[in-house]
Design a protein around this ligand. Sequence first.
Ligand code: ATP
Ligand code: MG
Length: 144
Amino acid sequence: MQERTLAIIKPDAFSRNLVGSIIAMAEEKQLSMVSGKVFHLTRQQVESFYSVHRDKSFFESLTRFMTEGPIFVMVLGGEEAISLWRKIMGATDPGQAEEGTIRQRFGESIERNSVHGSDDPETARFEIGFFFNALEVVEESNAD
Ligand code: ATP
Ligand code: MG
């Protein structure tokens, strides 16, 4: 099934100029860029985006990390895009991530793990809407 997922290149990877390498890894697996932008999020924006984790012990530290510098946020589209992108990212902990995954190659720690990906269709819809308006993620051009 054709799907869309929300992907983030986190501050640890953005600051090491890994945006191009990471996009290339998505494209090699047939995921295509639907939309993309650079953001530098405020604390409030990160708290809202990651609100499902607000009771976790690492929430404060995660918020600090995600606000420390710019991120690249993109919508990726393709066949089974949600699970495929999570497979390309690898396990949350880079030490556990499979050979050849983004987190295994570039992740620095379980927190500074370079990328984010939506985990199911409902989350993807919420996360895409968090960063992009309807015009930015249109299915087809409105030009005639
Ligand atoms: P993401 O949601 O970013 O795609 P994920 O779904 O693999 O990653 P989650 O459990 O949703 O992992 O955690 C969200 C993020 O919080 C992780 O990607 C990581 O940056 C951070 N995180 C998760 N677990 C820990 C932990 N034990 N210690 C520190 N940071 C953590
Ligand atoms: Mg998650």
